[in-house]
Design a protein around this ligand. Structure first.
Ligand SMILES: [Zn+2]
Length: 68
């Protein structure tokens, strides 16, 4: 029995509230701007955990690979 994709779901689940999100929604993959902001907040909160000390040593020796 061949399996055809007859029922292609045009919706996906919002990663925040697990609600259905329509494919093509401007707020994808979130169901609404609210959930998008919540997700952004989760990322922002991680910044407090991952604190990388900014070093001024950003000097890199540039090597001219002039072959030819
Ligand atoms: Zn949502």
């Amino acid at each position: 029995m061949p399996q055809y994709w007859t029922g292609i779901e045009s919706t996906m689940k919002c990663p925040i509230c697990k609600r259905e999100v329509k494919i093509g929604d401007p707020e994808m993959p979130f169901c609404s701007e609210r959930c998008r902001i919540i997700d952004l907040g989760n990322w922002a909160s991680e910044k407090y955990v991952i604190s990388t000390p900014a070093r001024p040593d950003d000097l890199r020796a540039q090597e001219d690979d002039d072959a030819g």
